[in-house]
Design a protein around this ligand. Structure first.
Ligand code: F6P
Length: 358
């Protein structure tokens, strides 16, 4: 009997259930009745606490199009994994013990960057681990694409599309804040797809004077409105020049709920036009996965099942140049895939006059 545990960890995204279904169906197809799949509740927290259940085949039916995760999820910071806190729980020991208790041959982990650090830790501790890259941020190193990203990009693009009509009617400046954590993949995609006039990414620090100049020029050319797609992680040129500690302190003292509101204030000092801020937030992570993500999740899921069948543990399944390949967890853990500032997408955007505020 083959025994496989599955958990989803970190922020949810579209396509998690499709990926869970992919790996489960791939295993059932190969092993028939000779496989047991354990669903671990709420990510690593369930593995630490021993909250899991034996899943039935039927649990994996009808979930392809379902958003969120049927297993639940939670954020368990990697830096705390080896720390014994007030509850006196040795988290790593507990996770290993529960893995043994379930008699698992492999643990399948679906997650983003933080999740992969812990996946690698467990692999180094001797557990058989296989992982899949999920996140709307698309910032997992080693894969060209994470599932969730394309669905979120569609939603963010829709937001910008809708904002266009009201921005035009009122002749206003709109700042649309796009998720993406410390990278700008989602903002770049939605910004280009939605026809934003200015795109601000964490990878390209901005200068508020330059943005104001771009908006003034648009007005001179007869465009009465401007749309700015701003990554939640965007930073100014002054901030980029700060050390890590100084930056943290400056952000802790920031008087605004997020970067978009601060930018609205900065532009308000420079321009007389009305400015509005739109923050779609977690809306971008919700709902059904788009067809691309359903297919990618299914491909990742079945590739993960194959790694388990072939006992090729210690790997993440990744998309590279259109093919699904294994990438060692130790190579993935602790790295961030940021947008290369000289990539052709940014160049194409610049070529049609989109400003990056630099
Ligand atoms: O990592 C996915 C993500 O949605 C980021 O884009 C965002 O910064 C973060 O999660 C939000 O985290 P939470 O769901 O914990 O508020």
């Amino acid at each position: 009997m083959k025994r496989v545990g599955i958990l989803t960890s970190g922020g949810d995204c579209q396509g998690l259930n499709a990926a869970i279904r992919g790996v489960a169906k791939g295993l059932y197809e190969y092993y028939g009745k000779d496989v047991e799949i354990y669903g671990i509740q709420d990510g690593y927290r369930g593995l630490i606490r021993g909250e899991y259940k034996l899943m039935q085949r039927s649990d994996f039916s009808g979930i392809l199009t379902l958003g969120g995760t049927i297993l639940g999820t939670s954020r368990q910071p990697f830096k705390m994994m080896r720390q014994i806190e007030e509850d006196n729980v040795d988290k790593v020991r507990n996770m290993k013990d529960h893995y043994k208790k379930m008699k698992l041959d492999c643990l399948v982990v679906l997650g983003g960057n933080g999740t992969h650090k812990t996946a690698n830790l467990l692999s180094e501790e001797g557990l058989n681990v296989v992982s899949m890259p999920k996140t709307i941020d698309n910032d997992v190193w080693g894969t060209d694409m994470t599932f969730g990203f394309t669905s979120a990009a569609e939603i963010a693009t829709n937001v910008i599309d809708c904002i266009h009509t009201t921005a035009t009617s009122h002749g206003r400046i709109f700042i649309v804040e796009v998720m993406g954590h410390k990278v700008g993949w989602l903002t770049l995609e939605a910004g280009i797809a939605g026809g934003a006039d200015v795109i601000l990414l964490p990878e390209i620090p901005y200068d508020a004077d330059k943005i104001a100049k771009v908006i003034r020029r648009r007005n001179e050319y007869g465009s009465c409105f401007s749309i700015l797609a701003v990554a939640e992680g965007a930073i100014s040129k002054q901030e980029a020049a700060m050390g890590k500690k100084e930056f943290k302190a400056a952000r802790a003292n920031m008087q605004f709920p997020s970067i978009s509101y601060r930018l609205a204030h900065e532009l308000g000092d420079r321009l007389s036009q009305e400015i509005r801020v739109v923050v779609p937030g977690h809306f971008q992570r919700g709902g059904s996965p788009c067809p691309y993500d359903r297919v990618l999740s299914t491909r990742f899921g079945t590739a993960a099942a194959k790694l388990i069948i072939n006992k090729n543990y210690g790997n993440m399944v990744a998309l590279q140049k259109g093919e699904i390949v294994p990438v060692p967890l130790k190579d993935v853990a602790g790295k961030l895939k940021a947008v290369p500032v000289d990539c052709s997408k940014i160049q194409a955007a610049r070529d049609i006059g989109i400003s990056f505020g630099d």
